[in-house]
Design a protein around this ligand. Structure first.
Ligand code: FES
Length: 146
């Protein structure tokens, strides 16, 4: 950890090459994706039941890059951590499914790039997200399930 509290995750070039990397911050598993020129850091355990997002595919949904959880295919936006679902409005004359947000479910971690290295801030635990439960459960490698 640096004197300013930032935690080193990896070299920018290495993450660009691999497209994703997992890391631990204070024992908590996170995943950093590099997608279409941007880095995104999220809790690596899915807010639904703790699936390993580091093994998911990235899909574009309505112009938003989303990670698709490999366990039950929940979709989470990389930018904001929102859970998306397809819903219909039964009051419409011919209802068609539309993507909607459930709100922010997955904790996003703030990234800093400094001199070719990627750092994250320690999480602000005064605000909670659904993914915190699984981040805690799998902390320090506990009950590792892939
Ligand atoms: Fe991720 Fe169920 S654990 S969709």
């Amino acid at each position: 950890m640096r004197p300013d509290g930032l935690i080193f995750i990896g070299k920018e070039e290495d993450i660009k090459k691999s497209g994703r990397i997992t890391a631990k911050i204070n024992g908590r598993e996170i995943v950093v994706f590099y997608h279409e020129g941007k880095f995104h850091a999220l809790d690596s355990r899915c807010y639904h039941e703790g699936g390993p997002l580091c093994r998911g595919e990235i899909e574009d949904i309505n112009g938003q890059a989303c990670i698709v959880c490999p366990w039950h295919k929940f979709k989470i936006t990389l930018e904001t951590g929102e859970g998306l679902y397809e819903g219909i409005n039964p009051l419409e004359p011919s209802p068609t499914p539309q993507w909607q947000s459930k709100g922010v479910k997955q904790r996003i971690h703030k990234l800093t790039i400094d001199n070719g290295s990627i750092y994250v801030c320690p999480p602000d635990l005064s605000v909670s997200f659904d993914s915190d439960y699984f981040a805690e459960k799998y902390k320090n490698g506990g009950e590792l399930a892939m």
